[in-house]
Design a protein around this ligand. Sequence first.
Ligand SMILES: *Cc1c(COP(=O)(O)O)cnc(C)c1O
Length: 459
Amino acid sequence: MSKTNVPYKIYLSENELPKEWYNVRADMRTDHRPLLNPATLKPCTLEELEPVFCTELAKQELNDTDALIPIPGEVRDFYKMYRPSPLVRAYCLEKYLDTPAEIYYKFEGNNTSGSHKLNSAIAQAYYAKEQGLKGLTTETGAGQWGTALSMACGYFGLDLTVYMVRCSYEQKPQRRTVMQVYGAKVIPSPSDTTAVGRKMLAEHPDNTSGSLGTAISEAVEVATHGEGLRYALGSVLNQVMLHQSVIGLESLAAMEKADAYPDMVIGCAGGGSNLGGLMAPFMRDKLRGKASPYFIAVEPMSCPSLTRGKFAYDFCDTGRVTPLAKMYTLGSGFMPAPSHAGGLRYHGMSPILSQLYHDGYIDEARAVSQVDVFKSAIEFARVEGILPAPESAHAIKVAVDEAKKCKETGEKKTILFGLTGTGYFDLYAYEKSLAGTLADAPPTDEMIEESESTMPSVG
Ligand SMILES: *Cc1c(COP(=O)(O)O)cnc(C)c1O
């Protein structure tokens, strides 16, 4: 069935903005592996999570029974400033590839933070404000999450301290400034403001470039030691997957308007939140036996958690201060080689995505080369106009590969992928790609074995 009368951009009206988030855990027919307290190896209770997260978010973290959770009015009002986001029919890309496939992408880069992360940031800031808290702490790698949470905290008048991975802090001073414009205090990590940071600096005086794992440890330490503070995380957690379901719910509604349904759903996977959100209602259909779209998670070769990691309990951070999560992991001590998709450099993966992948509901994980990813990003920018974030370009690369396969087989598949953000702060990486000096540095098996050997053993 050809859908040539579909507009280039399928917009929903404000009234069609979802009123509830969808919690995929309510439909998963598997045991939910709880977060564990690393000291006792017992499931974390609400009381144990409350010093770290706002109470309402701790409840969402533990909720595996309610399929629909209302989006608070104030969060919906904020969403209305940049949502519903457009679903784009990629006619120009289809024509360029000369493919019979019909390609759609959901564009989440239409806000100042430049990514989907604002969808959860505003929810997390809202619940903190509702609880009467003074502020939040967080970490940021490439800067997208820190920017999103800065916007959200600025909006609700909350204090925010952002631990920014030092190499990004130095390489992306403009990101730092954007956060400061919205009122955040930005500290390069590792820093001397926390015990974890001081330990890292003392142990590795020659390597202070930092990592996401260390920055998380620092932010958690400050939140749990300070008065009226809680910690916020931009991915991985169940609560974040829940908030990001707005991406998928809008995509489903827009596709219905176009009388289309995806055969294939593709997203990049760092901590798993954009893919978790994009796929949510389509996964609901799959879990309920109504449809069977093919799901592909795309990760960088340099940080291959799903394709080369273990499905096991592990710490969520390098400093080993967080609870243990059952997930695909390369070991919390894993240090990926520097790459230009900072948002995909995480050792673990959302427990929800991990379980769905383990159970075969996510059909495939694919690790791709950043050299190829940037080629696809540049092709995409030239034909579709949008300058994609390097993370998003991982999904583009696989969507393009799949569309090319359709050309060979003559299949008219409907492909949906997540275009999570824009790449204006990543021009250095684009410059290297244009100059032909980008390279890949996948870890050796020995490197992965070594970092996995320090994982906690949970019977
Ligand atoms: C953070 C980020 C990602 C990866 O994070 P997920 O939680 O896996 O979605 C992808 N794209 C962009 C633009 C990001 O900022």
